[in-house]
Design a protein around this ligand. Structure first.
Ligand code: NAP
Length: 510
């Protein structure tokens, strides 16, 4: 290799971000404390933050740097992702906490908050040799996005190559999403706007792209000739908890389906992109959304099931129903469960139902994608075919990240030939013996590196709303079906598949 050639990082090598000022609006909120700070600490532990990178939290709280560092230390101490990754050496923790600053700024009554932020950002620490980046992470309610961007511009803080990260949900329908996108777009160009969907940061989700597009054997069977149906489930055991104020305005459709589940559907259904280029991947995803057959009026009512958890028992203890939760409106008709059948109306997927399902207070917490293959055309073994083929690819996103290909194999023994389902399993942690980064670690590093491949483009978000809005409209005036906590959702979700003789795959056990 000539001496001047850039060194190629070894496979799997972690990316180190350029020195950055990461400004987190909503830096004292649940998302910042539970997800962002722990993820950034793990980036620190892996040596992926440049020495002069700073993390600047902004909130209404009047606290200074020292108190904020104390809050942050308490938040990361018992964070499950941090605990899973093993002990954080004391000097690493101290170095991380030293990066943190807090600027009190009430967006409604800013006082001198903007000037304090301006002044802090103006005092850039000694450089690490690379150009300094700036990222504004908006971990606040979406109705504040436009205002923050306008204020940043008014204070001369949106100049240069600074980027903005928008948390989901982006609006509550197509109209409000457009308004937010217009307001943000008036300040930050699309190239500088990163719309986050943390499902896309999960290792198995990225591995799904690798599995589909780096291997030859799947592509020939990845179509309606070989695949019977696709099921995407995101089940939670918890109820709405303390997030009632937000959730009651959103519901499961806006909170989960419009973003996470449709993004997963896109990755399963998309055509091979010409390259792993930021725009090529997103172009193919948006084509899937454009191909979704519209669900309106009676069709929407026929092809969806909508539920709300009732009071009952979960995990051996009594739990309130959704309308009995603290702070709840006793008459709310917000859904906590959605199941639906979607059709990707194109050559590859004609006739293949895509079943999406998400719910709170379900029996188990798991998210997975099941690609169910068709039966063999001519079974020759005793008992084969009874109960349908077990040939399915199961991509588990949580709690563990695994990929399993379920096959039939001969049961060992000299007696009668008997078939037993047996999975081929790819466990990334076992195979590569490296820690799987949390989704937010990956995405935060991508933002600092300016790589938007795993973020949603404006047209993706708006096309998803265009498909979702008529379904929500069709539900107006209807009540969600009650379902028992700790189960598999309302009967309507099972009926949705039973009408074609199918059943839900109720999750691989590990
Ligand atoms: P949260 O716990 O209610 O925190 C909101 C944050 O915004 C707080 O730091 C709050 O500051 C700040 N804030 C609110 N109004 C403000 C104002 N007028 N001026 C300055 N700061 C203000 O909310 P969250 O759960 O972190 O969610 C934040 C965003 O992320 C939301 O858009 C949510 O939908 C999205 N999100 C959250 C999660 C999650 O797991 N929590 C997951 C995905 C997406 P104060 O503390 O000073 O009030």
């Amino acid at each position: 290799m000539p001496a001047s050639a850039p060194a190629t990082p070894p496979p799997g090598a972690a990316r180190t971000a350029a020195p950055t000022d990461l400004v987190v609006f909503g830096g004292t909120g649940d998302l910042a404390m539970r997800k962002l700070l722990p993820a950034l600490l793990l980036c620190e532990k892996d040596g992926r933050l440049a020495p002069s990178t700073r993390i600047v939290a902004v909130s209404r709280d009047g606290i200074g740097d020292a108190d904020y560092r104390g809050k942050a230390e308490a938040a990361v101490a018992d964070n499950p992702s941090v605990l899973r990754a093993g002990a954080v050496p004391e000097p690493v923790l101290r170095r991380f906490l030293d990066r943190l600053h807090h600027v009190p700024l009430d967006l409604d009554e800013p006082g001198d908050g903007w000037e304090r932020l301006e002044s802090l950002l103006g005092q850039a620490p000694a450089q690490d040799g690379a150009e300094r980046g700036r990222v504004y992470y908006l971990a606040v309610p979406p109705m504040l996005f436009g205002r923050i961007c306008a204020d940043l511009q008014a204070h001369g803080l949106a100049e240069g190559a600074s980027r903005v990260v928008l948390e989901k949900p982006l609006g509550r329908d197509l109209r409000s999403a457009r308004e937010i996108n217009d307001a943000v777009g008036a300040v930050f160009s699309e190239r500088r706007t990163f719309r986050i969907d943390h499902y896309l940061g999960k290792e198995t989700v990225q591995n799904l792209l690798a599995l589909r597009f780096a291997n030859m054997f799947l592509e020939p069977v990845w179509n309606s000739r070989w695949i019977d149906n696709v099921q995407i489930t995101a089940a939670e055991t918890v109820g709405v908890g303390t997030r009632h104020g937000y959730y009651d305005r959103a519901g499961a459709m806006r909170d989960m389906v419009q973003n996470h589940l449709l993004q997963l559907l896109c990755l399963i259904a998309m055509e091979p992109p010409a390259s792993f280029d930021r725009e090529a991947v997103r172009d193919e995803k948006v084509k899937v959304l454009q191909s979704l057959a519209p669900l309106t009026g009676q069709d929407a009512l026929r092809d969806t099931a909508r539920g709300q958890y009732a009071p009952g028992t979960a995990g051996g203890r009594p739990v309130p129903g959704y309308t009995g939760e603290p702070g709840a409106d006793g008459a709310s008709s917000t859904e906590t469960f959605v199941a639906l059948e979607a059709s990707v109306a194109n050559w590859r997927w004609a006739g293949v139902p895509f079943y999406l399902r998400t719910g709170k207070r379900m029996a188990r917490r798991y998210s997975e994608i099941v690609v169910q293959f068709r039966d063999v055309p001519h079974p020759i073994f005793p008992g084969q075919g009874a109960g349908g083929t077990p040939n399915r690819l199961v991509i588990r996103l949580q709690p563990e990240e695994t990929i399993r290909l379920h096959m039939l194999a001969k049961e060992p023994g000299a007696g009668e030939l008997r078939l037993r389902p047996a999975p081929l399993e790819l466990s990334l942690s076992d195979r590569f013996a490296v820690r799987s980064p949390d989704a937010y670690e990956r995405l935060l590093m991508d933002v600092m590196a300016g790589d938007p491949t795993l973020f949603m483009r404006r047209d993706e978000v708006e096309t998803a709303w265009r498909w979702v809005d008529p379904i929500i409209d069709a539900w107006q005036g209807t009540d969600p079906e009650p379902y028992a906590p700790g189960g598999t959702g309302p009967q309507g979700a099972h009926d949705l598949l039973a009408r074609t003789g199918r059943t839900w795959h109720e999750g691989d056990m590990t």
